[in-house]
Design a protein around this ligand. Structure first.
Ligand SMILES: O=c1ccn([C@H]2C[C@H](O)[C@@H](COP(=O)(O)O)O2)c(=O)[nH]1
Length: 321
């Protein structure tokens, strides 16, 4: 059991790396060795300080972080997400991720938009204890699909004018999963706070199996040794209109107007930049990243440098062979 509280995602991630390495027990689900802590309560007191970057040990792809949360909130399970993270395709059955969170959130059993449900419930009874978004569905998730949701559900509480959010995950990979899961959940948290017009409270991340795979132990040790800089806070997210689906469609297409919604606009531009990068237009991808206000552009630039260095190392190794 561990309990950790930090202001920012960077500090939380660094502390978690150290604790799981030190205290984790060896276990090998599917034959893959991990160190695991059973039972973790991680608290982020400023959910806007959501982006993990511990150079050079661990860099995140901000385009994937942004794409994933927009994909989830838009209710999508469409394969365009693979353009932002090719590794995800291995978890797909028939080209689709069966555990995709979006359709479960926005159209549970083809009927219920849980996001709208929570918003309306808390608008009518802010003290409610019933504001739950459920993800794990035994009817779908015991069929032997490759992708079974790791997040069981999200809960929301308005107390003393602040919205607090709790997430429970049955399983969380510290290295690959946790940083992106924190990013996505805290955007959902802030979006709901904006809709309810209350302040952003604490974000609580409860995990049953919090683990590190053996191939990430060295990286995690390097993170744990690196002096931790707090993640900077993203600027406040403008509350989107109630008609979220249409709005997010415009953001994803890069058509959200800058003057109305600078942060959502920037998120659309991050996706656009990464599409240019993938299509080979690296100069214009980098120029667009550099033109963005705020840290997302800085992180995207760092990611492009990381990709370039990785390509260089790979091609040098190939030439030596
Ligand atoms: O949002 C997610 C989705 C998956 N995983 C990780 C946790 C596990 O390492 C692996 C899923 O394997 P099982 O828990 O289903 O065995 O993916 C996460 O960390 N976060």
């Amino acid at each position: 059991m561990i309990t950790l509280t930090a202001t920012s995602a960077n500090e939380l991630f660094t502390a978690v790396c150290g604790q799981v390495l030190e205290q984790g027990h060896r276990t090998s689900p599917r034959g893959q060795l991990t160190k695991e802590i059973l039972g973790a309560h991680l608290t982020l007191t400023n959910p806007r300080q959501r982006f993990v970057a511990v150079p050079p040990a661990r860099l995140l792809n901000p385009a994937f972080a942004v794409a994933e949360v927009l994909w989830i909130l838009a209710g999508s399970d469409e394969p365009w997400i693979f353009d932002f993270n090719r590794n995800l395709a291995q978890y797909a059955d028939d080209g689709r991720l069966r555990g995709a969170y979006g359709p479960r959130i926005r159209l549970w059993r083809g009927e219920i938009d849980q996001l709208t449900g929570v918003r309306e419930l808390l608008r009518h009874d802010p003290d409610s204890r019933q504001a739950v978004i459920q993800l794990y569905d035994p009817q779908l998730d015991t069929q032997g699909n490759r992708d079974v949701p790791c997040t069981l559900n999200y809960r929301f509480f308005v107390r003393a004018g602040q919205l607090h959010m709790h997430t429970t995950m049955r399983s969380n990979d510290v290295w690959l999963g946790l940083p992106y899961d924190l990013f996505a959940a805290t955007i959902l948290h802030e979006l709901m706070a904006g809709w309810l017009d209350v302040d952003l409270g604490s974000y609580h991340h409860h995990v049953d199996s919090l683990h590190l795979y053996a191939h990430d132990w060295d990286g995690a040790a390097e993170v744990a040794r690196t002096p931790t800089a707090a993640s900077t806070a993203m600027p406040p997210l403008v509350a989107p209109p109630d008609d979220l689906t249409r709005f997010l469609g415009a953001v994803i297409a890069g058509e959200a107007p800058m003057d109305a919604d600078p942060i959502w606009h920037a998120m659309g531009q991050v996706l656009e930049s990464y599409r240019r990068w993938n299509s080979g237009d690296r100069t214009s991808a980098t120029a667009l990243a550099d033109s963005l206000d705020g840290d997302l552009g800085v992180h995207l630039h760092a990611w492009y440098e990381h990709l370039t260095a990785r390509t260089h190392v790979t091609s040098t190794k190939a030439a030596i062979r």
